[in-house]
Ligand binder design. Structure first.
Ligand code: HH2
Length: 297
């Protein structure tokens, strides 16, 4: 009886609640990236133009994106912050159009003022690489119905890759994320509105990233859904020898499958169609293995 009750209290949510959306977590969800920036590490400048960003968002939805993630500020290693006004003028005109696409729209920002504005304009999720550490950010989420992704980062983008150091990366990242999630729970935000993300490449060596991927199931602690963002990242390029980010599709797909194997519920990806196909094939393969087992027992 107790163990049943314990399970009910600590079980990971089977649905991600964000704004007016309830997304079942019975299969991995694809979050398609729309970078409205001149300097993103893999597609900077491709979608800075509002019309091109909207067209790209439409294409990602037609390819199977379950969520769109709009970003107006690059967080690549060495990048500098942009002003609130600049970020606002990049994101808002695109948001206005893509909220009509019938998938939840996430905005990748760390600025509480912009968080409030995008939620008022129809965004359903705030994706914050600083895990709501800016003053007032937790309140913005608590006062809205938005879902949120809390990401771990050691340092800031300008300096984060200089000399990342941990005694035990999995324990430290997990503890940080749980503490940040605790602030939200204490403010009345339910666990089903929260995604946790270890922040691959954000103040981590390649070894740290691999350890986190390996132990991804520990990040959510059986209580929160986990988002993984490995798509096109430089770590993949160092393993495969692919310097150009757009040539990292194969390794991005392999990383996505590894993340799903380790319990990721949401994958943040640039290449939606290809990742979707890989996931469908993987799922069919898994199901056939289960059928084989059922027949032979
Ligand atoms: N990675 C990037 C940006 N935002 N958010 C979450 N939650 N997790 C991530 O891993 C993550 C993120 C970096 O990718 P991208 O947006 O393509 O590049 P840039 O920051 O240069 O715009």
């Amino acid at each position: 009886m107790f163990s049943k009750l314990h399970k009910a209290v600590t079980a990971a949510p089977d649905v991600f609640v964000c704004g007016r959306f309830r997304l079942p977590l019975d299969r991995p969800l694809l979050m398609g990236v729309v970078n409205i920036t001149p300097d993103s590490f893999s597609d900077g400048g491709d979608f800075l133009d509002t019309g091109q960003a909207i067209a790209h968002a439409r294409r990602l939805v037609s390819e199977g994106a379950d969520i769109l993630d709009l970003g107006g500020e690059s967080s690549r290693p060495g990048s500098s912050p942009v002003s609130l006004d600049e970020e606002r003028w990049r994101v808002l005109p695109v948001l206005e159009k893509v909220v009509q696409l019938e998938v939840p729209v996430s905005v990748d920002t760390s600025k509480p003022t912009l968080m409030r504005e995008v939620i008022a304009n129809g965004a359903s999720i705030i994706n914050d690489i600083t895990a709501l550490r800016a003053a007032g950010a937790v309140d913005v989420i608590a006062e809205s119905g938005a879902g949120v992704c809390l990401m771990h980062m050691q340092g800031v983008p300008t300096n984060m890759q200089r000399s990342p150091f941990y005694d035990d990366v999995v324990t430290e990242v997990s503890r940080f994320l749980r503490e940040r999630a605790r602030c939200l729970l204490d403010s009345g935000v339910s666990a089903s509105r929260i995604l946790l993300d270890p922040g691959f490449g954000f103040g981590k060596t390649d070894q740290h990233n691999l350890e986190l991927l390996h132990s991804l199931s520990e990040i959510g602690a059986g209580r929160f859904a986990v988002l993984a963002g490995l798509s096109r990242k430089s770590q993949l390029g160092r393993i495969t020898g692919r310097k150009q980010a757009k040539l990292r599709l194969g390794s991005s797909i392999a990383a996505a499958l590894a993340a799903v194997e380790r319990g990721a519920s949401v994958l943040r990806v640039h290449d939606v169609a290809e990742t979707r196909d890989a996931l469908l094939l993987w799922h069919a393969f898994k199901m056939s293995a289960k059928k084989d087992k059922a027949v032979s027992t």
